[in-house]
Design a binder for this molecule. Structure first.
Ligand code: SF4
Ligand code: SF4
Length: 198
């Protein structure tokens, strides 16, 4: 949910800061710096690598968000969400920054939090982003080779679709590629859990 988020968040925090005290200002200035520095290089929370969908919250206007281009779906009878990859993400920036849903305004991944807490340097965070993106690219390449080329579909759903296909035992390459895909997804999940989700 972020990528341009960087910009998003910067503006969000700037507004928030206008009512905050000096210590709060200092904390959020640091947060802004991290967002501005890291998020444009990342986008994993908008491109379906981290999330398959994002739930709407109280105060979000589903009709307006739909008009703005988000694909709204009923996740449960009581919950609305929008699909990832986000239709408003251009690969680097959010196209509906001023009107983005609440969850997008508030989300901070574990990596940002660690940088803010001084547990990780910005350059170490950039290396982790780069490694996770390379691994996600590897997964996408394998999915395409295995016939799953729908780039708008969430990564996890693409993976499930491929793995649910019956295995053709006469196709050695296909079987080998499935094995590679499983390993690549496992590696990606480990990185996401460790570096971005806690
Ligand atoms: S609306 Fe889409 S592109 Fe914008 S911050 Fe949310 S998930 Fe990312
Ligand atoms: S996953 Fe974290 S670093 Fe990456 S764009 Fe989202 S908030 Fe920024």
């Amino acid at each position: 949910m972020l990528a341009v988020r960087c910009t998003f968040k910067s503006e969000f925090f700037t507004r928030w800061l206008s009512v905050g005290g000096a210590a709060v200002t200092s904390y959020h200035s640091r947060m802004n710096d991290s967002i501005d520095h890291l998020c444009p290089q990342c986008g994993l929370c908008c491109d379906s690598t981290l999330f398959a969908d994002v739930e709407l919250r109280a105060g979000d206007d589903p009709k307006r968000l739909k008009k703005l281009g988000l694909t709204i779906l009923k996740k449960t009878p009581a919950k609305l969400a929008f699909n990832q990859s986000c239709a408003c993400f251009d690969g680097k920036l959010c196209g509906i920054y001023a009107d983005r849903p609440k969850r997008c305004r508030l989300f901070e991944c574990g990596l940002l939090k660690k940088v803010e807490a001084g547990e990780l340097t910005a350059s170490a965070a950039l290396r982790k982003i780069s490694a996770a993106k390379q691994q996600a690219d590897k997964v996408r390449t394998l999915l395409r080779s295995l016939g799953q080329a729908d780039e708008r579909m969430a990564l996890t759903h693409r993976y499930t679709a491929v793995m649910n296909e019956p295995l053709d035992f006469s196709d050695e390459d296909g079987g080998e590629q499935r094995g590679e895909l499983m390993l690549a997804v496992n590696d990606l999940m480990t990185r996401l859990q460790r570096d971005f989700l806690r």
